[in-house]
Design a protein around this ligand. Structure first.
Ligand code: P53
Length: 475
């Protein structure tokens, strides 16, 4: 049975700030990620006011991919990758975000990086904004609460689209743009550079920032298509399906509303307009959002070419007794456990069938090509005598690829590629740890920043190499 299409994009995914390091090299400015300290599963990362002496900022050094990329790409080629998803660090191109002219040294770095990938026929897949906007845009403009950010972002997008128009075909605008719908301080900061001030309504702020980002994304889609009509420009969403806790119709309605409240970003990017329920909600809340008629035209004209999404885990929600007519109680407060699933060491529920569900859900709702641009298991690996045995990671990936195969062969979804997250070990976004590892390539560095940075192949490397070589037929 040939399930996966001949040109299926087997790959690996990373983000600039989590692996490049070299945080001040050749004119690079300070990004959001540069002011986030190391944390753990128990201790959240701190967001400091600028870079402070005596703190541990793991992204400053990452895995020093900036200086190791040739050696790493050689390993990717040996692995057989057809594509490599990374982001362009905005602060290498516009160090502060509001300069008139880009930083040539930063542009040159990505010239070289993409050339090195293409030398081995590995296609770069590029995210424009992956939790690493210029910190200056936070301190000076308040992040995405400010309409000016649309201009800064589209300028950045235009410069890199133009520069890499022949090297890069697949683009994504904002990484996991919908994370901020959860309204926690962390995602408001990483996604939008928002710091909620006393007296402010976090939700209203999020809707405003989200709107400016959606306008910026839609403009970028149009600019990109003008520069190269062959560009495929996608949205990027964190997909974690919410299941109802029971057959109680109130739980079903709660799950439905939770999905709507997470994926209205997807509605706008794919359908070009806001869903009716959300407009009603804004009216009831009396939000005074700056959304112009011109903006609405932009949204309509800048819909995405495909849906990129991450998938790690699913969730279960239960309606509370206090649920209002709109079922808008914050979903994180209504989550319950799922006794049918096992969790990772970091508490993420492992649910391969949920991936098939997600592929069907997206297809039914938007009927666009799908690209799984993140998936994987964060786990503690044991390094012994140059070997890393990681059967748990192989099992996780295999189970998810099996469900992808069913979604293609049985359900007929249009899936174009799969780039497991953190194909090479890197700094965790959520915790800042090195010890939460996703890679099929091990990097010798610990949570204190100590290590030789030497790279080693894990057992999963050989396994994934074979999966790619057989185009997913032999798992
Ligand atoms: P980590 C949760 C928390 C933080 C970032 O996450 C997340 C998620 C999942 O929705 O998003 C993505 O490193 C993100 C990556 C990140 C990856 O998930 O906390 O796009 O940057 O590394 C995994 O284990």
């Amino acid at each position: 049975m040939t399930t996966f299409p001949k040109d299926f994009l087997w790959g690996g995914a990373v983000a600039a700030h989590q692996l490049e390091g070299a945080w001040q090299a050749e004119g690079k400015g300070v990004s959001l990620a540069d002011v986030m300290t190391a944390g753990s599963n128990q201790t959240p990362r701190k967001i400091t006011a600028g870079v402070q002496a005596g703190e541990n900022y793991p992204n400053h050094t990452g895995i020093d991919f900036y200086h190791h990329y040739k050696e790493d790409i050689k390993l990717f080629a040996e692995l057989g990758l057809k594509c490599f998803r990374t982001s362009i660090a905005w602060t290498r191109i516009f160090p502060q975000g509001d300069e008139a002219k880009p930083n040539e040294a930063g542009l040159k770095f990505y010239d070289d990086l993409f050339a090195e990938l293409l030398k081995y026929d590995i296609q770069p897949v590029v995210t424009l904004s992956h939790f690493e906007m210029p910190y200056h845009l936070v301190t000076e403009y308040g992040g995405w609460r400010n309409r000016k950010l649309i201009d800064f972002f589209t300028k950045f997008a235009r410069v890199v689209f133009q520069r890499y128009r022949q090297q890069v075909k697949y683009w994504m605008t904002f990484n996991e743009i919908n994370n901020q719908a959860q309204l926690d301080d962390w995602f408001l900061f990483t996604n939008s550079g928002l710091q909620v001030q006393p007296g402010e309504d976090a939700a209203e702020l999020m809707y405003q920032a989200g709107h400016y980002e959606l306008v910026a994304s839609a403009l970028a889609v149009q600019i990109g298509h003008q520069i190269n009509p062959d560009f495929q420009i996608g949205g990027m969403f964190a997909m974690g399906p919410s299941y109802p806790a029971s057959p109680d119709p109130r739980d079903v309605m709660k799950a439905e509303r939770t999905m709507q409240a997470n994926y209205w970003f997807t509605d706008v990017q794919c359908k070009g307009k806001y869903p009716a329920w959300l407009k009603q909600y804004w009216n009831r809340q009396n939000y005074q959002l700056d959304i112009t008629l011109e903006d609405e035209d932009v949204l309509k004209a800048g819909t995405v070419d495909y849906i990129g999404f991450s998938y790690y885990a699913s969730h279960v929600v239960q309606a509370t007794d206090a649920e209002a007519d709109d079922f808008m109680t914050q979903a994180s407060d209504t989550q319950v456990t799922n006794p049918t699933l096992q969790a990772s060491a970091w508490g993420w529920l492992i649910d391969p069938v949920g991936l098939r569900y997600a592929l069907n859900w997206f297809t039914d709702r938007y009927d666009l090509p799908l690209f799984i641009v993140e998936n994987g298991l964060g786990a503690v690996d044991k390094f012994a005598k140059g070997q890393i045995h990681d059967p748990y990671r192989i099992a996780y990936l295999r189970d998810h690829i099996q469900q992808m195969a069913l979604a293609i062969a049985v359900d007929g979804v249009n899936l174009i590629g799969y780039t497991p997250w953190g194909i090479i070990d890197l700094v965790s976004a959520g915790t800042g740890e090195m010890s939460k590892r996703y890679g099929v390539i091990y990097v010798d560095k610990d949570d204190q920043g100590q290590g030789t940075l030497k790279r080693w192949k894990k057992d999963s490397f050989t396994w994934f190499q074979h999966v790619i070589a057989t185009n997913g037929q032999d798992l």
